[in-house]
Write a protein that binds this ligand. Structure first.
Ligand code: MV4
Length: 502
């Protein structure tokens, strides 16, 4: 087993990985940018090393600096967390070349999954179900029209190098398809430096459901159940749960077996996630594979009783999986809320600043994975995820009620958060009935918040209240909080992706 691991990440996930290391008696090495000197992950690590200025491209994405710290500190392995270098095949290869174990799959598996068309070609050979369309890049608009006639409109144009919705076009007619093909190609070229575009039949109002897998380096692969991830906005997940309300044991087993087949076809090792689109008839189609530990991994941990980070580390050190598929059971229900420093009254724009007061929730059925503390200043330079609040219980109803209660205990002052959004979602009758699809949140936000409208005080009372709050808590003043001019949303994710494709 490793004696020392470097965590090439920041925030809650760096803290999460350090917790596993501490439990396994492994020393931890943090890296940090100039603005993260006082961040929680630095305080929780056994050692910490600066790696450069705030922009990720000059710090958390610098392979040379991170490997230099690994050598200087004597770390034997690197955990990449999610985002940043976690799906960067060049980084995985550089680690291997430097004799440092990358805790994740091989560079080859990552490369296969990085190109959506290459992945489709491999999966087609392995007999994996995917949405009807092409497994190769389109040569011309004419070819696109031919395929669209065959599979039927509407269709979806997608960038081979894409993912996360970038360069995607929904097209309803042949006329539209010709111009959409050109613009999708040029957007793909601009965003990814690769103009390859392929086509699929569009699934209307799909659900996004993913399957967690684990594979050791001895040929054993298991599935650990699905996560329902349909509650998202602009391809950013907001709330995830396990199990999904539409997946029954038979469907779960079939999805799990397909996910294992995908992993095996990719020669996959370590923890990974196979994404599916699910249509209204509950047909599921392979979408892509995420070759990292995901943000939402805790919901799977809570319903399986497993610790995915422990298992990642044990697999990376060469151990065999300590269980077989038949030993894995799913019990209870878990729901995760991504708590962001965002302003609900300003279209959920990032709201960085100093946390002046923090009362995190706890109690029965609550897990709080946080990267923050009271007195800490949330920087503008990165993804504004503050923490993940997970509620769990014996069934979905209990998980919802515990989470709702925990959200009402949660108090953060100094910055704006999206906490109120989750109370809205958890109260929604369609959510309670499990009636979800990828359009749920946009429909919910379009409705406006009836509770907020009902609570809105008369303008003169609001002015008096604002004055009182300003005296009690000066940080709540808009000008002091940096909210006078609307901040630009951070493009941290695109940066990481672009960096990975260089
Ligand atoms: C689709 C689709 C409908 N039909 N493909 C969006 C992200 C990218 N990875 C795949 N995406 C989609 N692909 C076909 N053939 C609908 C989406 C989609 C979506 C998928 C998952 C989660 C949220 C989504 C939001 C809008 C569209």
């Amino acid at each position: 087993m490793f004696k020392k691991i470097l965590i090439a990440n920041r925030g809650e996930i760096a803290v999460r990985v350090m917790r596993a290391c501490r439990e396994m008696c492994i020393s931890t090495v943090a890296v940090y940018s100039d603005v993260d000197r006082a961040s929680l992950h630095v305080r929780k690590a056994d050692e910490a090393y600066p790696i450069g200025p705030a922009p990720a491209a000059e710090s958390y994405l610098r392979i040379d600096k991170i490997l230099d710290v690994a050598h200087r500190s004597g770390a034997q392995a690197i955990h990449p967390g999610y985002g940043f270098l976690s799906e960067n095949a060049k980084f995985a290869r550089a680690c291997a070349d430097a004799g440092i174990k990358f805790i994740g799959p091989t560079a080859e598996s990552m490369e296969m999954m990085g190109s959506k068309t290459r992945a489709r070609q491999h999966m087609e050979k392995a007999g994996i179900p995917f949405v009807p369309g092409t497994a190769r890049g389109l040569a011309s608009a004419e070819e696109a029209v031919e395929v669209a006639e065959r599979v039927g409109y509407p269709v979806m144009l997608k960038a081979a190098a894409g993912g996360g919705g970038k360069g995607m076009r929904l097209v309803h007619t042949a006329e539209e398809l010709r111009s959409a093909f050109e613009s999708a190609q040029s957007e793909a070229q601009r965003s990814f430096g690769d103009s390859e575009v392929y086509i699929e039949k569009a699934i209307v109002n799909p659900r996004h459901i993913e399957m967690q897998i684990l594979a050791d380096e001895h040929g054993n692969t298991v599935w650990l159940g699905e996560r329902e991830c349909s509650i998202q906005r602009r391809h950013q997940k907001v709330l995830e749960e396990a199990p999904s309300t539409i997946v029954d044991p038979d469907m779960r087993r079939r999805m799990g077996e397909v996910a294992v087949k995908v992993a095996q076809a990719a020669g996959y090792t370590n923890a990974g996630t196979v994404e599916f689109l699910v249509d209204q008839q509950k047909n599921f189609y392979f979408l892509e594979m995420n070759t990292r530990l995901q943000v939402e991994h805790p919901v799977t941990e809570l319903i399986t009783g497993l610790d995915l980070v422990h298992l990642q580390i044990r697999i990376a050190s060469g151990e065999k999986l300590p269980f077989a598929q038949s030993d894995i059971g799913i019990r209870g229900h878990a729901i995760e809320c991504r708590i962001y420093a965002e302003d609900p009254d300003n279209n959920y724009f990032p709201s960085p600043g100093k946390i002046t007061l923090l009362l995190p929730p706890s109690g029965p059925g609550v897990r709080h994975d946080s990267g923050t503390y009271e007195g800490w200043t949330v920087p503008i330079d990165y993804d504004p995820l503050l923490a993940k609040l997970i509620g769990y219980g014996t069934d979905r109803r209990q998980a919802i009620m515990r989470l709702y209660r925990a959200l009402s205990e949660y108090f953060v002052a100094g910055i704006k958060t999206n906490i109120s959004l989750f109370q809205r979602i958890l109260r929604d009758p369609d959510f309670r009935a499990g009636k979800l699809d990828t359009g749920f949140l946009d429909r919910q936000l379009a409705k406006g918040d009836p509770e907020v409208a009902a609570r809105a005080p008369e303008p003169h009372i609001a002015a008096i209240a604002a004055g009182m709050f300003a005296v009690l808590d000066p940080a709540s003043l808009p000008a002091r909080n940096g909210n006078a001019a609307a901040p630009v949303p951070s493009n941290w994710k695109q940066k990481g992706r672009a960096e990975g494709l260089r």
